[in-house]
Design a protein around this ligand. Structure first.
Ligand code: GLA
Length: 381
């Protein structure tokens, strides 16, 4: 990947890059929509990601290109406005450039930039956080800054919230920033506080990407965000993390039926994250798997961000040998399901799931046997 990126950079810009940064995509392990409610969440960085190559320029132009969009997007340093159409992918790095000064970190002036990815886009693996984190690391390096990792994560999330316009929490950027091979990242989103948690040996991840995407997915994510905030307000707290199961039971009559379902999902899901940590510590993979599947059922019934396709995959996966548990991963409303399996779950098992899906829905999902990987890092040029 790195040599392909360097070759691409040379072909486009006629010189070698001076900085190369890479950041991984992530699996949301458990903690669905808990992050922006101030809750806890567990995720894993995977061995696929986004690479960014950069070399400073003497003038005031920032020139972006990617392996997926050939044309160069050229933006003057003093023009930090949101782009649309074919150029809109550049909003991720532009958003990071706009966010860095908000956190007291200098952004570089002119540069040439090329991004390359081996992360399937739209698969719920957060290619957007990966490009933000790889860009952030490349930009601060070019500007001669060395901010704390947490600052990079916050700036990348700020870019997503305020420039791209998605009211996401800190899960995706946090896992991409703090990921570690053979570990999960635990985030207490109120700090935020980041910790790595060892993953018991013999655990495998399979991602089944449906390529379905609800037409209103961005609007629906924002709607869930609003519903959760409204439920918190009605319960007299700022964020749903402050509500215990007992307080929810006592206050539920103050909520509309929809708010009550959303709040119950969040409160119970935060408890499930804690139980998952305990089960991981005990090495009890059957218990972890059951919690993952219970998380999906809660998304399906209470948070209502699943789809017929995702439910079918979870049902089929959990009925397949060597699967500990399965759940939708990420925002929902389409996208992908992840399964935690033992090493005995083989390619042919995954194929049988894909064939069953094809028989029902007429299309074949993509299968990805993902390994855990390390978080964002600079690479030698
Ligand atoms: C998306 C968001 C995350 C998180 C998940 C749902 O991936 O970007 O911040 O809210 O959805 O848990």
């Amino acid at each position: 990947m790195k040599s392909a990126l360097t070759a691409k950079f040379r072909a486009i810009h006629g010189r070698a890059p001076e900085i190369i940064a890479r950041a991984p995509g992530r699996i949301e392990f458990i903690g669905n929509h808990t992050d922006y409610n101030g809750g806890t969440v567990l995720g894993a960085a995977i061995d696929r990601g986004v690479w960014v190559a950069l070399a400073p320029r003497d003038d005031q132009q920032r020139r972006f290109s990617s392996d997926q969009r050939g044309a160069i997007v050229s933006v003057a340093v003093d023009r930090l406005e949101r782009l649309s159409g074919d150029e809109s992918w550049a909003n991720y790095p532009l958003g990071v450039l706009a966010a860095l000064p908000v956190f007291g970190v200098r952004a570089p002036a002119g540069f040439d930039y090329v991004a390359m990815s081996d992360l399937p886009a739209g698969a719920g693996l957060s290619s957007s956080a990966a490009i933000e984190m790889a860009s952030a690391l490349a930009f601060v390096t070019a500007a001669g800054e060395q901010p704390a990792r947490e600052t990079l994560v916050k700036a990348a999330r700020h870019a997503e919230n305020h420039f791209v316009g998605v009211p996401c929490g800190i899960l995706d950027q946090g896992v991409s920033g703090f990921g570690r091979k053979n570990h999960l990242v635990f985030i207490d989103c109120r700090g935020p506080h980041f910790e790595t948690v060892p993953l018991p040996g013999g655990v495998h991840f399979w991602i089944v990407n449906t390529h379905t995407k609800h037409a209103l997915v961005d609007g629906l994510y924002a709607e869930r965000h609003r519903e959760c905030m409204a439920a918190a307000r009605a319960l007299g707290v700022q964020l749903l993390v402050e509500v215990s199961p007992a307080a929810l039971a006592a206050g539920e009559r103050k909520l509309s039926p929809v708010q009550a379902k959303r709040a119950r999902h969040i409160v119970e899901e935060i408890a499930r994250v804690d139980r998952t940590r305990a089960a991981l510590r005990a090495g009890d993979l059957a218990a972890v798997g059951a919690l993952l599947t219970a998380s999906h059922r809660s998304s399906q019934m209470l948070f209502e961000n699943s789809t017929e396709e995702l439910d079918f995959l979870v049902d089929t996966l959990v009925a397949t040998p060597h699967v500990h548990g399965a759940r939708l991963t990420g925002g929902g409303f389409g996208g992908a399901v992840m399964a935690m399996t033992s090493g005995d779950f083989a390619e042919h098992h995954a194929n049988e799931v894909a064939v069953a899906y094809g028989r029902k829905f007429g299309t074949r999902p993509d299968l990805l046997h993902a390994q855990t990987g390390d978080g964002a890092a600079l690479l030698p040029v």
